[in-house]
Design a protein around this ligand. Structure first.
Ligand SMILES: Cc1cc2nc3c(=O)[nH]c(=O)nc-3n(C[C@H](O)[C@H](O)[C@H](O)COP(=O)(O)OP(=O)(O)OC[C@H]3O[C@@H](n4cnc5c(N)ncnc54)[C@H](O)[C@@H]3O)c2cc1C
Length: 438
């Protein structure tokens, strides 16, 4: 086994190309078409977007989260992490590179659990960037605790009939199909009694009550649907994976999604950090540059360390996933602790680094004239999306504790008096000879 923190020159070339391409060609889309990367493109936007996607495909960089047999590059998670550190700078970049959430996660589960027919109908157009998809799991009364979900699917002949409500189903209004999680057997534990369904968007009974906007989105064009599923009928063949497999599938999907979010968060932190440093090196007050003041230096050091900590945790976790995949284990169960830690660190780093960068810019930081305002509006998202920080903190602790054992009796085995006595007895002869020297 070897440890290596360097990037192969051939892949570094690709990263350099991505860096320039995102900066020069993609980031301007964020300014000209803000928040429209989840919209169905009209002729104007299509004319801009398609040539960019073609250049990405020509470079062999399209849909890098997937294996070659599914149209991806099979680079694995480590290379994807290095790419996402660059793509995360732009809202549009994931769409231009075919790695946009939630379509990436949805594609992964259809690839892993779908039948050949399901793959042909849903997966291939998704991979080609020809449609959007929606993941409909959270409910109005329950998000962090899926055991409290109530949406029900009941078998009726060759069909399943779905009834219930879902909340914050992102992109429902533009999606061609939804992946819906519902209870299929209320008599067993939720872990074995829920299933996933592929539901075409035009199925009767899908009633979007409202498209909820986030604090940073256009209030008139919210992206996160509150949906009532009212007697929604799908053929039995639209069950994704086996009956009762929803939890297993959700973990597969959310595991990948969480680490991909964390990878992109590094890009946001780096952007805010660069602005912070530039400002510190340029702004004079009370006789010196901000960069010369020790309290400012403290903020810069804390931010740099936090980003490095996040980056190493993400890269190591990505490397672990690749190692496990190479050994034939494609579930994320073995890296739950690491993925949860990445999610927690990412939420904290974005919050802290963006806040410090804003603070260092003074009034300018409070304005809408720098990218920091938008970053700050996004900052809390990372602590909520795909499960809140508290739940992931608990996951880390539970997994860590599984690696330890309780001791029997009142006194712990690491009590010093007994251990010292035993050590002294072991080295009694040597200690006797050393008496004069001690
Ligand atoms: C931008 C965005 C996009 C989203 N997209 C989707 C989507 O496409 N599909 C989908 O199904 N869902 C989506 N969600 C929903 C998301 O998965 C849920 O918001 C998340 O799981 C939390 O559930 P909740 O909102 O019901 O919060 P709750 O479960 O009510 O939790 C609220 C708060 O309670 C506290 N809390 C909860 N559990 C614990 C605990 N165990 N210990 C201590 N404190 C706790 C935390 O502070 C937490 O933030 C999205 C959310 C956001 C913000």
């Amino acid at each position: 086994m070897s440890w290596d923190f360097s990037t192969e020159p051939e892949f570094q070339e690709k990263l350099d190309w991505i860096d320039d391409f995102v900066r020069e060609e993609v980031e301007p889309l964020d300014l000209a078409f803000p928040d429209q990367h989840y919209e169905i493109a009209g002729p104007g936007l299509t004319g801009v977007l398609e040539p960019l996607k073609a250049r990405v495909k020509d470079r062999g960089l399209w849909a890098c989260h997937l294996e070659p047999e599914l149209g991806g590059q099979g680079y694995g998670q480590l290379k994807l992490a290095l790419m996402n550190e660059l793509l995360g700078r732009s809202g549009w970049a994931p769409r231009v590179f075919g790695t946009q959430a939630p379509d990436t996660g949805n594609a992964e589960i259809i690839a892993k659990y779908g039948t050949e027919e399901q793959k042909a109908t849903y997966l291939l157009p998704l991979l080609n960037g020809e449609m959007f998809s929606c993941y409909s799991m959270t409910e109005p009364q329950a998000g962090s605790d899926p055991k409290m979900f109530t949406t029900r699917a009941e078998r009726d002949g060759d069909e399943w009939v779905i009834n219930g409500e879902k909340f914050f189903s992102s992109n429902a209004r533009v999606s061609s199909f939804f992946i819906v999680m519902a209870i299929t057997n209320p008599d067993v534990s939720a872990y074995r009694g829920m299933s996933m369904f592929l539901v075409p968007a035009d199925t009767p009974g899908i009633n979007i009550v409202r498209n909820v906007a986030t604090m940073y989105g256009d209030a008139e064009r919210g992206s996160h649907a509150w949906i009532k599923y009212e007697n929604v009928r799908v053929p039995a063949t639209n069950l994704l994976g086996g009956e009762g497999q929803a939890f297993v599938i959700a973990q597969t999907r959310l595991g990948g999604g969480r680490i991909h979010h964390a990878m992109r968060s590094i890009a946001v932190c780096n952007q805010a950090f660069d602005m912070m440093c530039q400002r510190a090196l340029s702004r004079h007050t009370q006789g010196s540059l901000l960069a010369d003041k020790q309290l400012v230096q403290g903020q810069i050091t804390e931010s740099w360390m936090q980003i490095q900590q996040l980056r190493f945790m993400v890269l190591h976790t990505a490397w672990l996933i690749d190692q496990r995949t190479a050994a034939g284990d494609v579930s994320s169960a073995g890296v739950r602790k690491e993925i949860a830690a990445c999610k927690v660190l990412a939420a904290r780093a974005i919050h802290d680094v963006v806040y410090r960068a804003i603070h260092l810019h003074g009034a300018l930081g409070m304005s809408q004239d720098t990218p920091l305002a938008r970053m700050w509006q996004h900052a809390p998202t990372m602590g909520i999306v795909d499960g809140p920080t508290e739940v992931h903190v608990a996951t880390v602790a539970k997994q860590v504790l599984k690696e330890h054992q309780p001791y029997e009796g009142t006194w712990p085995p690491y009590m010093l008096p007994e251990r010292t006595e035993a050590a002294r007895a072991r080295f009694a002869e040597a200690l006797e000879h050393e008496v004069g020297n001690l």
